[in-house]
Design a protein around this ligand. Structure first.
Ligand SMILES: [Zn+2]
Length: 396
């Protein structure tokens, strides 16, 4: 058996969204040969592995690894009518690459066996959970995490990270389709490994939307690691209800929401709890504070003011920290400006292109930069450029 794994050719193509023809053109390996390699008819030798790795700017160790590629069915990524095959396979490929890299870094730091404290409160009974049961679970979760029973969750990202969940922007979410309109996050709720929550990191989403997305995926981790509801629709509904209940507890909602509120009255609620006006209106309806007619009327108003696309009251974009800290503590060396990593060494050890590690970690300092030998990086997500423009350095 060769030391090189031909399945990684398909993985690379899926990650980059390139066809066999395009890969053939950039590597000089014929399409017929690529096809034979992918189908296991030819053996992937060192010479071809080098050609692939230099054409793609991947570490050669990428083609040696045999990590599991998680099927889309084990992930929480929601397929929509607009999802393309390219997008779906890019998401499962990138998520698998992320999960393997995280696992590797965690083992190096002896964190791999650490279980998240919330496993104790995760429900284990099969069948569908009621809205009331989900409200109770959200309350228990807040208490388990040391958050106050009411009031805003100051920083959802940091809250998840404190429970040992990696929160990482991903490039492939919404890739080549308009799926980002509905599918904005992904996770793998099966217990046993360090949990990772991926989210759409392109900067298209507002701060409140991202908080909701992360809380929604957190809901999947809690709700669907040990049990499954009857249908995929119910799976989504439960995670959605959890996100609302976690970000805006029933007690708060019943205190501040009234049946006669106008659209403008929701603005201070949004500012206070950091969730969208649309989500607050839905919460108001699902708690029975407003009736269906009022709910529909508010949504029509929301739409006619153009708030469905751009709501007023900006909510700060939260940035992740944990993965960067883990990578720096496992591989970092001190420099005059702080910790930096050797991009070549780390990408080789993890079998992962450095630009992915850099993107998932929200920016790593690379020692190679001073020698001018660093790998080309992905453009930073827009949200970060906006952050720099606004001179935001720290968040709540
Ligand atoms: Zn979901």
């Amino acid at each position: 058996m060769s030391d090189f794994n031909p399945n990684r050719i398909v993985l690379a193509r899926r990650l980059e969204g390139i066809s066999q023809k395009e890969l053939s053109a950039s590597t000089g390996i014929s399409q017929a040969k690529l096809s034979k390699l992918q189908n296991g008819i030819s053996v992937l030798d060192k010479r071809d592995a080098i050609r692939l790795s230099s054409a793609l700017d991947y570490p050669i160790s990428f083609f040696e690894r045999r990590d599991e590629i998680l099927p889309l069915s084990s992930l929480t990524y929601r397929k929509t009518s607009k999802s393309t095959m390219a997008e779906l396979s890019a998401v499962s490929s990138e998520y698998s690459l992320l999960a393997s890299a995280v696992q590797h870094v965690a083992s190096r730091l002896n964190l791999a066996g650490r279980t998240s404290g919330f496993a104790q409160i995760a429900p284990r009974t099969h069948g569908n959970l009621s809205e009331h049961a989900i409200d109770e679970l959200a309350d228990a979760t807040r208490s388990n995490l040391g958050l106050p029973a009411t009031g805003a969750v100051p920083n959802v990202t940091r809250t998840l990270e404190r429970s040992g969940i990696i929160v990482a922007p991903m490039r492939s979410l919404g890739f080549g389709s308009e799926a980002h309109l509905t599918s904005e996050g992904v996770t793998d709720p099966s217990p046993g490994r360090m949990y990772c929550v991926g989210y759409l990191g392109s900067g298209e989403l507002s701060g409140d939307r991202l908080r909701f997305t992360k809380a929604h995926e957190f809901g999947h981790l809690l709700l669907h690691g040990y049990r499954k509801p009857d249908s995929p629709q119910q799976l989504e509904r439960e995670a959605h209800l959890f996100a609302s209940a976690f970000l805006f507890p029933r007690k708060d909602a019943e205190r501040v929401l009234t049946p006669s509120m106008s659209l403008r009255d929701f603005l201070p609620v949004k500012a206070g709890w950091g969730l969208s006006i649309a989500a607050i209106i839905s919460r108001s309806y699902s708690l029975g504070i407003i009736d269906r007619q009022r709910y529909q009327s508010l949504f029509i108003q929301l739409s006619s003011r153009g708030w469905k696309k751009h709501e007023p009251v900006p909510v700060e974009i939260e940035r992740p920290l944990l993965l960067k800290q883990m990578i720096e503590s496992a591989y970092g060396t001190p420099t005059s400006t702080g910790l930096a990593v050797d991009s070549l060494a780390i990408s080789t050890e993890l079998g992962t292109p450095f630009r992915y590690l850099d993107y998932w970690s929200d920016g790593l300092a690379d020692i190679g930069e001073q020698w001018g030998v660093s790998e080309q990086r992905f453009a930073p997500p827009n949200q970060y450029r906006a952050d720099v423009d606004n001179n935001h350095t720290e968040q709540r």
